[in-house]
Design a protein around this ligand. Structure first.
Ligand SMILES: Nc1ncnc2c1ncn2[C@@H]1O[C@H](COP(=O)(O)OP(=O)(O)O)[C@@H](O)[C@H]1O
Ligand SMILES: [Mg+2]
Length: 512
């Protein structure tokens, strides 16, 4: 055995009932490397990591840690061996302090009472300093931001001096600046001699931080590469099993594109919340037929309010909204849909679906008339099934059948139901908010091509996204939103990542 490897997995298998989650997975992790494991949703990444920390036991195969074959019974045993894991979901106790959370279950904290408060806070401080995290050990966790909570989770995994730290999709819940911070943390951990197993399916993150990358697809190890020697396209191909194009219109001559009349206009739109704070400040936007107008910005700068105001879900206090020449400022949600507005909400599960209805009923909801599903007041069942089946195939909605309850689908697949429905309507103006959040790259590619082909058909698209790569792939013009204001609207030719990044931070060079 190669002593350079801290961890070697030999032919790991795992089934859940009939589902083969992992099949003969071999994997070697070198001491001191950052190794990314990536793959689409359901590829088996979390299952593999859960086996490593003893949450699941493998059906077959061997695990060697530091050269010795090992059985890992439970997370405590894994921790004692030197394997720490930061889970996809948070495990902190919100009502407790940072220090208390760090030492929960540790001898410094007995029966929920500090055996020695001062020692505990000191130990927490040392740990926080070691990794240069800006955290107050006595702060109550519920008062922390998502990014700060995650740092506490990471420290918690390091309390027992983990040699190998596993991070399961830690960036899924973070804003872009928090992601940047986390990537620095990961590099810092490696510089301090830790080995990091980092799970993600974001290609940019793979390239930014890893030494090697292993790709899982449908429970199998497809390939392991030295990150420097592979392109994002190579990784995407191994993840999906075919070529994937996420470049959109990048590299095309945007100056050649022409657009029609304005289909969606916002004029001096302002929203104030109940305590008098301006959430949207005098917004002017204008989406033309055939155009994708991207709204870039860090989450929480008014994007949700902007989308909900346009959709008619919340009232505006000042200004006007026009759709295809009609003033819709005071028109209902359904009325706006009739005039020609399509809406893919950011929170597709809450806002976009009726969870007690079937896939077909959900998919047809805004399409009954258009698709000839409703005839003389009756639903044409065959037509409905055919329409739904088409959407299921086009959007690769896994596990879906027309009659199935939509709530039985996985989150990503529920999102695809909303996307399939709204794209089928070919609305004059389509408002899409974070359209690929939570989706696989295979599904993202399809959504990209649907957005671009809707624009090519002459629909006007307002794309709200906090993924800069998405904005750059799709948008003809880019508006940057910060603190409820549109900072600037740039044409695609005039926009570069640095300029947009600075505007996203309110015009300042560095994030606060
Ligand atoms: N506890 C479980 N019970 C049944 N099936 C599971 C369980 N955990 C995972 N699976 C299934 O195993 C497969 C791999 O899942 P998972 O490891 O969570 O994938 P990933 O983390 O790559 O998205 C999926 O088909 C998933 O539905
Ligand atoms: Mg997972």
């Amino acid at each position: 055995m190669d002593h350079d490897n801290i961890l070697v997995l030999d032919s790991i298998g795992k089934k859940f009932g009939d589902i083969v989650a992992l099949e003969n997975v071999d994997l070697s992790i070198r001491r001191g490397e950052v190794h990314v494991v990536c793959g689409e949703n359901g590829a088996g990444k979390s299952t593999l990591m859960n086996i490593l920390v003893g949450i699941h036991s493998a059906d077959g195969g061997k695990i060697f840690f530091n050269g010795k074959e090992t059985k890992i019974r439970d997370p405590l045993a894994a921790g004692a061996m030197g394997i720490g894991m930061v889970h996809q979901h948070f495990t902190l106790v919100p009502s407790m302090s940072v220090a208390e959370n760090l030492f929960l279950g540790h001898h410094l904290l007995r029966f929920g009472i500090f055996s020695d408060h001062r020692t505990m806070v000191e130990r927490a401080d040392i740990l926080i300093d070691t990794y240069s995290f800006a955290l107050d050990p006595e702060a109550i966790v519920s008062s922390l931001s998502v990014g700060q909570r995650q740092r506490v989770e990471i420290l918690k995994a390091l309390v027992f001096d983990a040699e190998l730290l596993i991070l399961d999709e830690p960036t899924a819940v973070l804003t872009p600046p928090e992601v940047e911070e986390l990537l620095k943390v990961i590099t810092n951990l490696r510089d301090r001699g830790r080995t990091v197993l980092f799970i993600t399916h974001k290609l940019r993150e793979v390239k930014a931080v890893s030494d090697r990358v292993t790709i899982l697809r449908r429970g199998k190890n497809i390939s392991t590469h030295i990150t420097k020697t592979v392109t994002e396209n190579d990784i995407a191909r191994d993840m999906v099993g075919r070529d994937v194009f996420l470049t959109g219109r990048q590299g095309q001559d945007h100056g050649m594109r022409t657009f029609g009349e304005s289909v969606l206009q916002l004029e001096n739109v302002s929203i104030t919340n109940s305590s008098g704070r301006l959430l949207l400040d005098n917004i002017d936007l204008d989406v033309r037929a055939g155009e994708v107008l991207g709204v870039a910005g860090v989450d929480g700068n008014g994007q949700t309010e902007l989308a909900e105001a346009i959709a008619g879900l919340i009232p505006i206090q000042a200004g006007a909204i026009r759709l295809d020449g009609t003033d819709i400022t005071h028109v209902s949600v359904a009325g706006r849909q009739e005039v020609g507005l399509g809406f893919v909400p950011e929170d597709r599960l809450d806002r976009g679906l009726s969870s007690n209805m079937s896939v077909a009923e959900n998919m047809a909801a805004t399409n009954y008339l258009r698709e000839g599903i409703l005839r003389r007041g009756f639903v044409d069942k065959d037509q409905l099934t055919e329409f739904t089946q088409k959407g299921i195939e086009q959007f690769d909605i896994r596990g879906a059948k027309p009659d199935l309850a939509v709530a039985s689908l996985s989150g990503g697949n529920m999102q695809k139901v909303v996307l399939a429905r709204e794209f089928a309507r070919e609305p004059k103006a389509l408002l899409v908010s974070q359209p690929t959040r939570g989706l696989d790259i295979g599904a993202s590619e399809f959504v990209y091509s649907e957005i671009l082909s809707a624009a090519d058909k002459g629909n006007g698209i307002l794309l709200i996204s906090s993924e800069l790569s998405e904005i750059f792939a799709l948008a003809d013009r880019i508006a940057v939103i910060y603190s409820g204001c549109i900072m600037q609207v740039l044409t695609r030719e005039d926009a570069d990542e640095e300029t947009i990044g600075i505007l996203m931070n309110g015009g300042k060079e560095h994030a606060a």
